[in-house]
Design a protein around this ligand. Sequence first.
Ligand SMILES: Cc1ncc(C[n+]2csc(CCOP(=O)(O)OP(=O)(O)O)c2C)c(N)n1
Ligand code: SF4
Length: 288
Amino acid sequence: MATFKEFRNNVKPNWCPGCGDFSVQAAIQRAAANVGLEPERLAVVSGIGCSGRISGYINAYGLHGIHGRALPIAQGVKLANRELTVIASGGDGDGFAIGMGHTVHAIRRNLDITYIVMDNQIYGLTKGQTSPRSAEGFKTKSTPEGSIESTLSPLEIAMSAGATFVAQSFSSDLKQLTALIEAGLNHKGFSLINVFSPCVTFNKVNTYDWFKEHIVNLEQYPDYDPSNRMLAMNKIMETGGMLTGLIYQNKERKAYDDMIVGFKEEGLANQDLTLPQDQFDKLLAEFK
Ligand SMILES: Cc1ncc(C[n+]2csc(CCOP(=O)(O)OP(=O)(O)O)c2C)c(N)n1
Ligand code: SF4
């Protein structure tokens, strides 16, 4: 069985020292080992952003895709080879701005992949513009007078889109984050894990200390029942979306990949897809 060290490669991350994304990388490696995966059974697909680089820093199949398109690619990978465990990853800009259309539909589709968003409430790679997660009044180069738009709540959107697994964590809490990624990997269906992952270079408001002060850990509520959808929605709203832990899980609903008629157990990658010469010639003739 692989250890977390076997999910490391020799590529040195070029994130700024102190960036929250380092812990997300470590948590993915630990969770993958803890659920018994081998590197050749894991695919990590990412979008574009500082966070998007994560797919290059894990010893597994990795695909650093296009901004906002981690999810369509990840879903394609899963459909082509259901033997792979698939993680999609990226920033809050990637998933909740340009990629939001994909996020909502991937959630309601419920294909069996784990989506990890590194939510630093800013665009890091492009040097600090507001994201849909930035607070009202947040000042950046793109909003010098402060943002006049309201902040998007990905947890509320996920719940209303029919999510079967919604969790949130903080990159400083490696133990919780690892456990939630493990739970996401074990969940049969789409799992959204939003991770507060501070950008130490461009976001001087939502710092590690700020998160520590504002986060409401669900551990405070021993009676909390994550299978209760109404309760989950209430808690999200009550805490202004700042709660961490496993917020909601529906174990009843079947995953998309378990419902596709004729979807072969054998991954496409392992099937003999050779086209007989006569069929090939027939196909080619259509383009003449
Ligand atoms: C189609 C497209 N539009 C815009 C960009 C420029 N761009 C690159 S990363 C990015 C946003 C980065 O923010 P986020 O996704 O939150 O990731 P972070 O860098 O903060 O981890 C933008 C706008 C791009 N690469 N491609
Ligand atoms: S700019 Fe921000 S998000 Fe990007 S690597 Fe540096 S700290 Fe991380």
